[in-house]
Design a protein around this ligand. Structure first.
Ligand code: DAH
Length: 337
């Protein structure tokens, strides 16, 4: 074999590449010429038997062979595999796309966002606290006695560290007052945990929105008017609220508060169980003992606090009859919001 043979073989190889009709045929050509047992390694082996004066030209032709055939294989490969003509058969840009939907916010998130917007307009900012709380913040600092039933292991998820999963968002009140002097005007939305057996109205984890307003002359009248404003913004302009006397260790006086039923305007229906009222949660005037615990002067400031159950509001606002629907992640349910 001499240099002229290589030139001829190069032309043959280039012709074969050009004629390869598909990628399989092209691969066969590549193996034949550049493969491990193909022509190129043979040329390299033959080099040592070539007469010394012919060697440089032989080497040059072998190199040209390798480069030209290599480049041709690559170019033809692109034509066959990824070239525009081929792409057009795989990708038809006129076929309508598949709409996967944008999704929507979960009803619990919607209630929290709407409540945040409403309280924002009353001058409240959003505060945050940990889901894993100390016994001190969840109970002691909230003036809750040692023997209070809510501290029971039956009711609270205790961790081995002595900490617990917060049973209410009220500990955020303490954390905020520990950090800043009065005045305070915050809401604290978040997750809470109780050892409840799950049924249509109970879930072991649920959400509350806490509210706290402390200043030099906060009164119960403000509590009532702010909650009324909230109720009307959230549920509709005709809704009223009522206070019922109650007890919470961290407020004095304490109340439970109800919204008048937004569906029947208080006349009585299935949703309000014919009472015309729907129970929301608790509220009251911050107990002076709590002010003393966080280092506020109970003679100088007054404050109101409230909690509200987010699931409860979502259920009555959207007519959801079973709390478990909020946690099942069933798209047939969630797509309605
Ligand atoms: N933390 C109470 C509960 O989970 C609700 C509550 C009542 C919050 C009175 C308050 C309040 O801030 O003042 O039942």
């Amino acid at each position: 074999m001499n240099a002229a043979d290589i030139t001829r073989l190069t032309q043959e190889a280039l012709e074969e590449v050009r004629l390869a009709a598909d990628t399989a045929a092209l691969e066969a050509v590549r193996i034949k010429y550049l493969g491990r047992k193909g022509l190129l390694p043979q040329l390299m082996k033959a080099l040592k038997d070539v007469a010394p004066e012919e060697r440089p030209e032989f080497g040059r032709q072998a190199n040209t062979f390798k480069q030209e055939v290599g480049a041709a294989l690559k170019a033809r490969g692109q034509e066959l595999g990824a070239g525009p003509a081929h792409t057009a058969t795989l990708f038809d840009c006129t076929v309508p796309g598949q709409w996967r939907g944008l999704g929507s916010r979960h009803p619990i998130s919607q209630v929290i966002e709407e409540a945040t917007r409403i309280f924002h307009s009353l001058g409240f900012t959003v505060a945050d606290g940990p889901d894993i709380e100390t016994e001190y913040h969840n109970f002691d600092a909230l003036n809750t006695p040692d023997d209070h039933p809510s501290r029971d292991i039956q009711d609270t998820f205790w961790l081995e560290t002595g900490e617990l999963l917060r049973t209410q968002t009220s500990p955020v009140q303490i954390r905020v007052m520990e950090k800043q002097p009065p005045p305070v005007r915050i809401i604290a939305p978040g997750r809470c945990y109780r050892r409840d057996t799950t049924d249509a109205t109970h879930s072991a984890n649920f959400h509350q929105i806490e509210g706290l307003y402390v200043d030099t002359h906060v009164s119960m009248a403000e509590l009532k008017s702010d909650l009324t404003y909230f109720a009307r913004q959230m549920m509709g302009p005709k809704v009223n609220i009522r206070f019922r006397p109650h007890f919470f260790p961290f407020t004095e006086p304490s109340v439970e508060y109800d919204f008048s039923c937004h569906l029947c305007d208080g006349r009585g229906c299935r949703v309000c169980k014919n009472s015309g009222w729907i129970e929301i949660s608790g509220a009251g005037m911050v107990d002076p003992a709590v002010f003393s615990i966080v280092g506020y002067d109970p003679e100088a400031v007054t404050g109101y606090a409230f909690g509200m159950g987010v699931e409860r509001i979502a259920m009555i606002k959207y007519g959801i009859h079973d709390i478990r629907l909020l946690y099942d992640n069933d798209l047939r349910f969630l797509q309605q919001f």
